[in-house]
Design a protein around this ligand. Structure first.
Ligand code: ZN
Length: 413
């Protein structure tokens, strides 16, 4: 037990000793049980490592009898292959990416479960998804960060400058980590928050005047990892005309609660990442007004939400789903960038990164991601998504972040 948790428990015990239950005023809201965002060294061996991912993708490809195709679509900064798996022959494409933050590890495992299901199941649901959709999954898009079990990738500004000589005298981008963060020391091994490196202009080339930039500005495609995802997105656009659906899998703080309850949030969803390019706030992206489909993003989120609420009959924790903060303006994220380019977009934010929860609740949280993914794909494949009410999105409960968060609300975690 860490110190903060011990103190919190001590306070609970001390309080109950002095206040007789009968004298306590009725509470309208129960206090959340103790929880800590204090970074710790946690074991992670139950999650799929990079080497295990290679083995598992190879296995799924073999047992799928030709349904799943795995290919290498690039290299990380430290030379690890960027893997992509594709299944289905349908006319609509759904792109799923996971673990752009290397300490957010349920996504790859849920994606592997999904690929295994789609590759091997003869159920009518699996068949319908394979026939109506082409599912393209990139399960570990920051493999260097994943190997270090940390948020940032493993890349120095000097390496960026060597690749882009026009940046030779430019200061590093704002999302360059060189100091401790989430218990990881970047001073000897710097890296970037890769999830701010996307740019809605998919042809963008880095320009010195666009640095250091900021969280509410586009990124630059300076990392090999975002370049690989961008290239996949563009090739899918060329093949299918548009990427119908884009889902990005993350983790968030460990101690958020469902409003009015003491239940920890299992997973938060979002379909809002940038201001509507047709509105004054989104004027900088007016050129994307024709492709932007915010209502479709809401319908996709509702599909995930409904699937999880239905699963709450089996396990109440699947019902603890909230809406991620909606006051974000993040054009440099994959979600913001691809949503502007016309994809319906869904953010999954599972409870607790490895430095807080480690492997705790791993199976349940991975299953929650799987249920949400399956809910979206099934709904798109059946056409049901078109009949979902976008207004139901706005009725998903917001997230109660309490006072226990160390993360700004405008930071996709
Ligand atoms: Zn994240």
């Amino acid at each position: 037990m860490n110190r903060m948790r011990a103190l919190a428990l001590a306070a609970v015990v001390a309080g109950s000793a002095f206040v007789p239950a009968a004298a306590t005023a009725p509470l309208t809201m129960a206090a959340p049980p103790p929880c800590s965002e204090e970074p710790r060294e946690n074991p992670i061996s139950e999650f799929t490592s990079y080497d295990e991912l290679l083995v598992e993708l190879d296995r799924i490809e073999r047992v799928s009898a030709g349904r799943v195709a795995v290919e290498t679509v690039g290299e990380s900064n430290r030379g690890r292959d960027m893997l992509l798996a594709r299944v289905g022959t349908g006319p609509k494409v759904a792109l799923v990416t996971a673990e752009i933050h290397g300490n957010e590890k349920t996504g790859p495992d849920a994606v592997l479960d999904l690929l295994d299901f789609l590759g091997t199941s003869d159920s009518s649901r699996a068949k319908q998804i394979r026939e109506q959709l082409t599912v393209v999954a990139m399960p570990k898009i920051n493999p260097d960060g994943a190997a270090l079990d940390r948020r940032g990738n493993d890349m120095t500004w000097q390496e960026v400058q060597a690749r882009f000589p026009q940046l030779a005298t430019t200061p590093p981008s704002w999302n360059y980590y060189t100091e401790p963060r989430q218990g990881d020391d970047y001073s000897q091994r710097p890296g970037f928050d890769v999830n701010r490196d996307y740019n809605p202009d998919l042809d963008y080339q880095p320009q010195p005047q666009d640095f250091p930039g900021s969280s509410d500005r586009p990124g630059w495609f300076i990392s090999p990892e975002t370049q690989a995802v961008r290239d996949v997105y563009r090739s899918l656009q060329a093949e299918f005309g548009a990427v119908d659906t884009y889902i990005d899998l993350h983790h968030q703080g460990a101690c958020y609660t469902v409003p009015g309850t003491d239940r920890f949030v299992t997973l938060s969803l979002s379909g809002k990442f940038v201001a509507d390019p047709a509105s004054p706030e989104g004027a900088a992206y007016a050129e994307f007004a024709g492709t932007f489909r915010p209502e479709y993003s809401k319908q996709l989120n509702v599909a995930a939400y409904n699937a999880l609420q239905a699963a709450a009959n089996r396990n109440p924790e699947f019902g603890n789903i909230t809406l991620y903060p909606q006051d974000t303006n993040l054009p440099g994220t994959g979600l913001g960038t691809f949503q502007l380019n016309g994809s319906g977009a869904v953010l999954f934010e599972v409870r607790g990164q490895t430095q807080t929860l480690g492997e705790e609740h791993r199976a349940m949280l991975t299953r929650a991601v799987y249920i949400g993914l399956d809910g979206i794909l099934s709904s798109v494949a059946s056409g049901q998504v078109e009949h979902l009410d976008p207004a139901a999105y706005d009725r998903i409960p917001p997230t109660d972040r309490g006072k226990q968060t160390m993360t700004a609300t405008t930071d996709i975690e």
